[in-house]
Design a protein around this ligand. Structure first.
Ligand code: HEM
Ligand SMILES: [Cu+2]
Length: 544
């Protein structure tokens, strides 16, 4: 097709459909869809591994998978979910799709680099998946030495290679966002007018760029020690196993904020829209994202309270960990104040956003318990830890991701989904989630260790409950997949702005035109002026 024949204001989905137009596209919106497809695939692969883990834990004996396969299942689950779903999820899909639209730009600063990032991500993912053929890996997603360097006889090096490759995708995506936000804002889009989702993407990008290289370095060092028996971590060879934990958590604590900051940005968009009020404390929410990104780099030692680091170091890491809760709490208070006296619509995206807030608070508060050394020494390496981080990563980050999916689906696809089904799935997921993970707090507190396929009989009841919850969760995740895909076949048109939301992305048609904006928009006022917007949700209701 010739360039002249293509209408730049045609929807980005409709225009040209050859394989090249998708696989070699440099359009940020199409790349976002490529990511959406691929991370959905990874999510269900990671989910299958989790199902195996939960099924094994139905009984106290290691009778379904056995210890070996069990170890490989939870390791695969962790690696896929962390690096191939959560880290890319909101940034790569919605950051890509929304940042240029939200700031009034045509694309990201480096569109080809953006496409390259997707290929690099896929290459990393395929390398990790290919390791399954070689028997998988059994070290846990944390690759602790000396197990990973000396004793593990699984595909450690191959998996590390996949993670390092995927890491480059993270770094390049982060760089792309930073440059875009600095240089491509439309006239009038000052920093204090940026949507809060853009602020959170900016903060996340800082972490992506600064932390990911450390992960690459530490995992490559593991591979070097494994292949050439160089003494880096192994004390027998003159190495230091604690060095591994320092480097690993120097990346991985900030990385937990890569997973949760973007959801916080999503929630900051959704709450004012469905409460029909300007966001309360815009500046506080914006700067708390940066504060989280900075403070997140200073607390890694809270993962090492029982690893033999000096007690003075532990004391300082404990205090710093308490500090990081402050910017998180600031956000929660401001969201709550935004809800206060709002006209609240309990639509699907809002249910997910409120679910995020509640579950994130539980995850965060248990984080504070863990940051107190007296508690952590008792529950370290028990199911309490597993419950803590799943409240944040699944209750928080995945809920935030689904909030984004449901809020922007009409924009992305141009179609409306069935509101009743949306609400039903959101509630199902909330119930399933709590049934799966709340019992794990109790299990952990009572002393059930993590990462083992067999356990004492007295823990069985709570484990059965947890597995039952996981089955509900499974259904809850498949449902949106079905009804959202169904909208592509048959569903009412969404129109440009079904929620009556502020923000430039809602000023263009759905799906957005290839070129995003017919003319560069000029911004004249603050974001979230919901006090001046009419509310379409008052007039119509429901049904896709
Ligand atoms: C107020 C903020 C938080 C504090 C004070 C906190 C504190 C802690 C502490 C002390 C541990 C170590 C426990 C142990 O291993 O004995 C821990 C583990 C963990 N936390 Fe948090 N946390 C917070 C927020 C988060 C967030 C936002 C996430 C994820 C998005 C997260 C994810 C994790 C993970 C993945 C682990 C365990 C990793 C592993 O050993 O496999 N935490 N947290
Ligand atoms: Cu941490």
């Amino acid at each position: 097709m010739t360039a002249a024949a293509a209408d730049p204001m045609q929807s980005f989905i409709r225009s040209r459909w050859g394989w090249r137009d998708w696989l070699l596209t440099t359009d940020h919106k199409r790349i976002a869809l490529l990511y959406l497809l691929s991370i959905t695939g990874f999510f269900f692969i990671g989910g299958a591994a989790a199902s195996l883990v939960r099924l094994e834990l139905l009984t106290p004996k290691a009778d379904l998978l056995g210890e070996e396969i069990y170890n490989r299942s939870f390791t695969l689950h962790g690696i896929i979910m962390v690096w191939f779903f959560l880290i890319p999820s909101i940034p790569a899909v919605f950051g890509n799709f929304l940042v240029p639209l939200m700031i009034g730009a045509r694309d990201l600063a480096f569109p080809r680099l953006n496409l390259a990032s997707w290929y690099i991500f896929i290459a990393g993912g395929l390398i990790v998946l290919s390791a399954i053929i070689w028997g998988g890996v059994d070290t846990g997603w944390t690759f602790y030495t000396p197990y990973s360097t000396t004793y593990a006889n699984s595909a450690v090096v191959l998996v590390i290679a996949g993670i390092v490759v995927a890491g480059f995708s993270s770094i390049l995506t982060g760089l792309n966002f930073i440059v875009t936000i600095h240089t491509m804002r439309a006239p009038g889009m000052g920093w204090m007018r940026l949507p809060l989702f853009v602020w959170s993407t900016y903060a996340t990008s800082i972490i992506l760029v600064l932390a990911t290289p450390v992960l690459a370095i530490v995992t490559i060092l593991v591979a070097i020690e494994r292949i050439w028996t160089v003494g880096i971590f192994n004390p027998d060879l003159g190495g230091d196993p604690l060095l591994f934990q320092h480097l690993f958590w120097f990346y991985s604590h900030p990385a937990v904020y890569i997973m949760v900051l973007p959801s916080m940005g999503v929630v900051s968009e959704i709450i004012p829209c469905f409460a029909r009020k300007p966001i309360f404390g815009y500046h506080f929410i914006a700067f708390s994202s940066i504060a989280i990104a900075v403070l997140g780099f200073l607390v890694w030692g809270h993962h090492m309270f029982v690893s033999g680091q000096s007690i003075y170091a532990s004391l300082i890491f404990s205090i710093l960990s308490f500090l990081v809760a402050i910017p998180s709490a600031i956000k929660v208070f401001n969201w709550t104040a935004t809800l206060h006296k709002g006209t609240i619509h309990f639509r699907t995206p809002m249910l997910y956003a409120l679910g995020f807030v509640g579950l994130f608070v539980l995850g965060g508060l248990t984080g504070l318990l863990l940051a107190a050394t007296a508690v952590d020494i008792h529950v370290h390496d028990t199911y309490f830890i597993v419950a803590h981080f799943h409240y944040i990563m699944v209750g928080g980050a995945v809920m935030g991701y689904l909030a984004a999916v449901h809020f922007w689906w009409p924009k992305l696809s141009g179609r409306r989904y069935h509101e009743g089904l949306g609400i039903f799935s959101a509630i199902l997921l909330f119930v399933g989630f709590n049934l799966t993970f709340f019992p794990q707090f109790i299990l952990g507190y009572e002393g059930m260790p993590r990462r083992t396929a067999s356990y004492a009989e007295e823990f069985q009841l709570l484990n059965v409950l947890s597995t039952a919850g996981a089955s509900i969760l499974g259904v809850g995740y498949v449902l949106p997949l079905i009804y959202l895909l169904w909208t592509l076949r048959k569903a009412p048109d969404a129109g440009p702005n079904p929620w009556g939301a502020t923000g430039l992305e809602w000023s263009v048609s759905s799906p957005p035109p290839q070129e995003n904006f017919a003319e560069t928009p000029v911004i004249t006022g603050p974001p979230y002026a919901y006090d001046t917007m009419s509310d379409p949700m008052n007039q119509e209701y429901v049904h896709g």
